[in-house]
Design a protein around this ligand. Sequence first.
Ligand code: AMP
Length: 302
Amino acid sequence: MSLLVVGSVAFDAIESPYGKVDRIIGGAATYFAVAASFFTHVNLVGIVGDDFTERDEAIFRGRKIDTSGLERAPGKSFFWAGKYSEFLNERVTLATELNVFADFNPRLPEKFRKVSHVFLANIAPDLQRSVLRQVQGTPKLAALDTMNYWIERTPAELKETLKHVDVLMINDSETRQLSNEHNLLRAARHIFKMGPSTLVVKRGEYGAMLVDSKGVFCVPAFPLEEPHDPTGAGDSFAGGFMGYLAGCGQSNDAALRRAMVYGSVLGSFAVEEFGPERLRKLERKEIDARARHFLKLTQFKL
Ligand code: AMP
């Protein structure tokens, strides 16, 4: 089993009531790869500029992450800036500078073409489809994340790409926007007609919900007294979810439920400190301990 991710590797500027950083490594593929690497080997495809140094790349070293698909181009790396509201429940994007990302044309190294699991992080739907086309055969599980930007600007391309994925993993407002349905179960039924057979709705502090033909499974967010920075929580959730599934090689209902818990575990660690700082220090035994804590959180007797 192997896991491929394509998406942004970036520098972020983040402001929350707990502090401010002007330049910290970020990007959806960064959070995803680090989170997933606790469970399985990850092949990373993305692009950075010449401002991305060896020291920056150190975040991937010493982990099961192959960066030979991380292209370097002259110019600046993707840059994103965001600011969170007092209770961290709202975020405004202050800047999105595509830089080298603007002309990104993902090319999979030959050794990346045979993969069992694919995660298409939030990038242009056409680029997501081009990655899928380069994969040899049909992967066991292909999942996709997207955002309002693509739902509004490239709806036709997004619909075409959705026909080729198994799992759609997006937040609640995007689920409603894409389906034109407020109710998430009705939204899921609508989305199943577009291609995916599984919908995972990320709901921030309210946890996450999986809907498929077998029914619904909900997982809470881990209750934290002092979350510092929600940036990358969704991508870390996706990394925990896909990493676990690729690592165990199963995709039955029980495995999907455990993957939801590992997704929530990784998302909860990501928000504890600014940027990916908490994930950098994280150890596998802490992940397992928090997963056991989830058991206690949700168990009850009738
Ligand atoms: P999340 O908090 O899960 O939405 O992910 C935040 C990460 O996504 C940040 O580290 C950003 O660098 C990255 N990001 C923000 N906007 C975009 C975009 N339009 N395309 C790709 N990556 C993005």
